[in-house]
Design a protein around this ligand. Structure first.
Ligand code: PRP
Ligand code: MN
Ligand code: MG
Length: 182
């Protein structure tokens, strides 16, 4: 696995599994948005990989825009306070917005983001995520498209980072404990 193999424990989702699942999700999106406009909103930086691959798997024409939001700190506890670091360049009033994420963990980022985008008067706001973790099921968050429901493990790859590394792995895997233990 490139030169990062020693840092990995095991592969949870292979490159082939990702592309096969993305093709299924893209077909659902094509059907659901038939005859309607579609704006994909990627959440930087984690969503870059899924955004690029999902957009190419779609047959439906779409536009793309990006947001960057602050995470709520490096710890495991979250205040739910989110700050916009980079806003959309698109006016989403009356648009069909599909938020694209790499992972939903606590669900706090997306709960906040959905509320924020809804306040701008879009025709619809839906969510597509490559990975959903179990904690997200406890939050009142309707996620229309889920690539994979994975257990609560420390995962990296396909956009997901640990200290800004491992995003460029083409698969999703668990990080070996020695990497994040001090
Ligand atoms: C990660 C991930 C999601 C968010 C999910 O982003 O990409 O955006 O956290 O966490 P939550 O469901 O607990 O809110 P991060 O803030 O690490 O920024 P990044 O995308 O640049 O890695
Ligand atoms: Mn992110
Ligand atoms: Mg991150």
């Amino acid at each position: 696995a490139k030169d990062m193999g020693a840092d990995l424990e095991k592969i949870l989702v292979t490159e082939d599994q990702i592309s096969a699942r993305l093709a299924e999700v893209a077909a659902e999106i094509d059907a659901d948005y038939a005859g309607r406009d579609l704006l994909l909103v990627g959440v930087l930086k984690g969503a870059v990989m899924v955004m690029a691959d999902l957009a190419r798997a779609l047959h439906h024409p779409c536009s793309m825009d990006w947001m960057a939001v602050s995470s709520y700190g490096a710890g495991t506890t979250s205040s739910g306070v989110v700050r916009i670091l980079k806003d959309l360049e698109t006016d989403i009033k009356d648009r069909n917005v599909l938020i694209v994420e790499d992972v939903i963990d606590s669900g706090l980022t997306l709960s906040w983001l959905v509320g924020n985008l809804r306040s701008r008067g879009p025709a619809s706001v839906e969510i597509c995520t490559m990975v959903r973790k179990p904690l997200a099921l406890d939050v009142d968050l309707r996620v229309r498209y889920v690539g994979f429901d994975l257990p609560n493990e420390f995962i990296v790859g396909y956009g997901l980072d640990y200290a800004e590394k491992y995003r460029n792995l083409p698969f999703i895997g668990t990080l070996a404990q020695h990497v994040y233990q001090r």
